[in-house]
Write a protein that binds this ligand. Sequence first.
Ligand SMILES: *[C@@H]1O[C@H](CO)[C@@H](O)[C@H](O)[C@H]1NC(C)=O
Ligand SMILES: *[C@@H]1O[C@H](CO)[C@@H](O)[C@H](O)[C@H]1NC(C)=O
Ligand SMILES: *[C@@H]1O[C@H](CO)[C@@H](O)[C@H](O)[C@H]1NC(C)=O
Ligand SMILES: *[C@@H]1O[C@H](CO)[C@@H](O)[C@H](O)[C@H]1NC(C)=O
Length: 176
Amino acid sequence: MGAISRRALLQWMILLMIVCIGRVSGKMLRVGGSSQGWNPDVNYTEWASKQYFYVGLWLYFGYDRYYYNVLEVNETSYETCNDRDPITNVTRGAGRDVFNLTEAKTYYFLSSGGYCWHGMKLAVPVHQFPLPPPVAAPSPSSSTKSSSTSSSPSIILPAALVLAVTWTINSLFSFR
Ligand SMILES: *[C@@H]1O[C@H](CO)[C@@H](O)[C@H](O)[C@H]1NC(C)=O
Ligand SMILES: *[C@@H]1O[C@H](CO)[C@@H](O)[C@H](O)[C@H]1NC(C)=O
Ligand SMILES: *[C@@H]1O[C@H](CO)[C@@H](O)[C@H](O)[C@H]1NC(C)=O
Ligand SMILES: *[C@@H]1O[C@H](CO)[C@@H](O)[C@H](O)[C@H]1NC(C)=O
């Protein structure tokens, strides 16, 4: 009996965790991914090419605050690693900065202190909408429908994960 309630508790905790992660990852994107973060010697051109950026998405920069920072600059400054007179000083001091992508345009970021020369420069092409339009675009008045369809993958994936995790926990406990 004790084992059953412990198992149920564990399942609920994992389910809660997955729901929370799902919510955050839907609107916030960690620059460089969880393993690299915002650091030198990372090819952010390559990283960015594998992402989809859209209006309303937040970027999260996680880094060592004693060495690096985050500045939004224009294209010229990005190309030349010029950290003078940035458009926005994104740096808040804790090494955990967020930036709201509010326009469909290309944003440019870099770290000063010479680290731009070591790869800490990022160009972010922002699209207007969260997901590419569906291949078979139905009627012109599908704006309300598209928002409901775009939310379905973020529900299906955690649901599948919960099933997988539940199954794993069940099989683990049944062998004890
Ligand atoms: C980063 O990756 C891009 C695309 O894969 C490549 O064109 C570029 O040369 C790389 N930059 C560096 C500094 O390695
Ligand atoms: C972030 O950007 C989105 C899209 O433009 C906007 O709806 C939202 O209000 C912004 N949030 C903040 C806190 O500025
Ligand atoms: C880019 O920003 C730099 C630094 O603020 C400035 O000197 C330069 O004139 C800007 N270039 C363009 C094309 O706006
Ligand atoms: C950006 O802001 C941080 C913290 O507010 C400050 O320490 C830093 O000097 C600023 N950098 C620039 C280039 O303005």
